[in-house]
Design a protein around this ligand. Structure first.
Ligand code: SF4
Ligand code: FES
Length: 250
């Protein structure tokens, strides 16, 4: 298939960016990243600078492959990361626009690479359990209700990609933060620090400059792990109750 790519090029955070047009030939069995590799091989042969983009696992686990494809974070296939998106989703002659995730809290580093360290700082503010566990305990030693275990597991599938932020008109990080709060707060191991966790993580999220949630739910629609907005409602409940708790410690 012969494609026309409109790719965002930007030297650094300080430079102005613009779209650059390239022709590329791909086949339908390639992943989107493999098609980008073909483009980069072509650019290298032409003695031009390859397009900078992030990738690591290439199997939907790490969350690195952040790109907006034809206006959608991770492209047109729902529940799919860019690395698992195949070129069969496109057709011969298509014009494909490829841009970085855009949000004030995710400054562009170069081309399609953005700085998502704001997410790391949200995790550092409370996305952990601070108990000395000693030896690893047997997984079955704390019985956990099936329903809670399932909800916690679903929340824990968040790969921290940032598509929810890129999809949101307010660049809100509520879905990411809620998933990270939920997967610990729902479990007995995380309950002890649950008030402190939600207060600290929400406060760090605000400090990083993410916008507020206005219930558009574009985050859920574009999330490659299909994290439910139910987690946002749960986080809001936890946040309100933590604010009224006598154990409030920020
Ligand atoms: S909630 Fe979904 S879209 Fe947001 S960071 Fe996690 S996996 Fe990515
Ligand atoms: S490269 Fe790891 S999720 Fe896409």
């Amino acid at each position: 298939m012969n494609l026309t790519l409109k790719v965002w090029r930007q030297k650094s955070t300080r430079h102005k960016g613009a779209f650059e047009v390239h022709k590329v030939t791909a086949n339908e069995h390639m992943s989107f990243l493999e098609m980008m590799d073909v483009l980069n091989e072509q650019l290298i042969q032409e003695k031009k600078e390859p397009v900078a983009f992030e990738h690591d696992c290439r199997e939907g686990i790490c969350g690195a492959c952040s790109m907006v494809i034809n206006g959608q974070p991770h492209g047109p296939q729902s529940g799919t990361t860019t690395c698992q998106l195949h070129m069969r989703q496109f057709k011969d002659g298509d014009i494909i626009a490829v841009e970085p995730f855009r949000a004030k809290a995710f400054p562009i580093v170069k081309d399609l690479v953005v700085d998502r360290s704001a997410f790391d700082r949200i995790i550092q503010s409370g996305g952990f359990i601070s108990v000395n566990t000693g030896q690893a305990v047997d997984g079955n030693s704390i019985p956990i209700e099936k329903d809670l275990a399932g909800k916690a597991f679903d929340a824990a599938t968040c790969i921290g990609c940032g598509a929810c932020v890129a999809a949101c008109p307010n660049a809100s990080a509520m879905l990411f933060t809620a998933a990270k709060v939920s997967h610990l707060n729902l479990l007995p191991q995380g309950e002890v620090e649950s008030n402190q966790r939600v207060l600290n993580m929400v406060s760090q999220m605000d400090e990083e400059g993410f916008g507020m949630c206005s219930n558009v739910t574009a985050c859920e629609a574009e999330c490659p792990k299909e994290i439910s907005v139910e987690n946002i409602a749960r986080m809001n409940r936890d946040y309100i109750s933590a604010n009224f708790s006598s154990e409030k410690t920020v």
